[in-house]
Ligand binder design. Structure first.
Ligand SMILES: [Zn+2]
Length: 357
């Protein structure tokens, strides 16, 4: 891996100050695998895809069009892509891409933890996998994806170049305030949730996962967390100790492992901060089936998961005064706000560039 997303001061991407908070829902849409075990190229089941309608029904009540970031097992198997194709053909979602290298051809690498981050692969292999994923999505879902999230957030500076070459316009692989180097992954300790432009001509928009701090020290989070989240801090269990003592807890906006109360408190804190306009709710598609992820082990967990989505959307559109957005709308509005007329006509984004058939 060479470089990370912070090797160059990025150009901030902003919405106009008067813009209400905007909500995106990004779903890592992928095969089921045992989260406790090592990666395997054999785990390709997509049985949870037939249950996605449950969350889609919640989104429909609030006018939210989620972005399904689709990986190869979902894009290549009818049981994976057929339900999404129905949502997409009805104009109820966007389609993006999500790369799990260990199940995406060609699998020429040794499958292990380090190579599960696509940015650790030989660059040509990362390119070929991403190209095959993109072609498979185009063939089976009828759309050229322009939104990307790397599996395990495995994206670095050279991945950015690759995304631009392949025609992607939005990336969401940055996991703010988080150092994954202890697992051979990227270091995002100094990245915030603020969107930014990257690539030659700043044509590609990074929209990080919404991540922030709760706890007594939350105002210090941005200064303190790069240290306590570092390999040394991890070794000392500093993050766990701070979280348990309710001093400082880093959480992401997700129904997976985050209570609705925490999600609301985080959102209020970020709105209060004043700068944050784009909020990204993220989760994994297998959580819609029972027993596939650590977050949904029982039927009751699933009901609570769906209730979380419902409660959060009601809160965001109500108390927060926010609105649902599409990646294309955000892209164009940020280009316009930055005086980037040349980008405003860029073809977005899982909506219009539909291939025939
Ligand atoms: Zn994934």
């Amino acid at each position: 891996m060479s470089g990370d997303f912070t090797t160059r001061t990025p150009h901030a991407a902003c919405l106009p100050a008067e813009s209400p908070p905007q909500l995106l829902v990004f779903i890592d849409t992928e095969e089921e695998f045992d989260w406790q075990k090592h990666f395997s190229s054999d785990a390709r089941g997509v049985t949870a895809m037939k249950h996605q309608w449950r969350a889609q029904a919640v989104f429909g009540r609030y006018g939210v069009k989620p972005v399904y970031l689709v990986d190869y097992p979902v894009a290549s198997q009818p049981a994976g892509y057929t339900p999404l194709r129905e949502f997409f053909d009805d104009g109820r979602c966007e389609i993006g891409a999500h790369l799990h290298p260990w199940v995406t051809p060609p699998v020429e690498e040794t499958v292990n933890d380090g190579n599960s981050f696509a940015c650790n692969l030989p660059r040509d292999l990362e390119r070929r996998k991403l190209s095959i994923l993109k072609e498979t999505i185009e063939r089976n879902l009828g759309v050229a994806p322009t939104v990307y999230r790397a599996g395990r957030y495995g994206a670095d500076a050279e991945t950015r170049t690759l995304l631009e070459e392949l025609g992607f316009l939005v990336d969401s692989s940055v996991l703010p305030w988080t150092d994954l180097r202890h697992m051979a992954g990227p270091d995002f300790r100094h990245c915030s949730s603020d969107p930014f432009w990257f690539g030659a001509g700043d044509r590609v928009l990074e929209i990080p996962l919404t991540t922030g701090f709760l706890g007594l020290l939350h105002r210090l989070g941005e200064e303190v967390f790069p240290w306590i989240g570092s390999p040394r801090g991890v070794q000392l269990r500093a993050t766990a100790i701070c979280a348990r003592a309710r001093l400082l807890d880093r959480i992401r906006l997700s129904p997976e492992g985050v209570t609705i109360d925490e999600a609301k408190r985080l959102t209020r804190a970020l709105v209060h901060r004043g700068e944050q306009k784009v909020f990204v709710v993220s989760y994994h598609s297998p959580s819609l089936g029972v027993g596939h992820t650590p977050y949904v082990r029982t039927r009751t967990d699933l009901e609570q998961f769906l209730a979380w989505l419902d409660a959060y959307l009601e809160f965001f559109m109500g108390e927060i005064g926010g609105r649902p957005a599409s990646t294309g709308e955000i892209y164009r509005a940020m280009a316009a706000a930055g005086g980037r007329a040349s980008l405003q006509s860029a073809q977005p984004l899982g909506e219009r560039r539909r291939a025939a058939g």
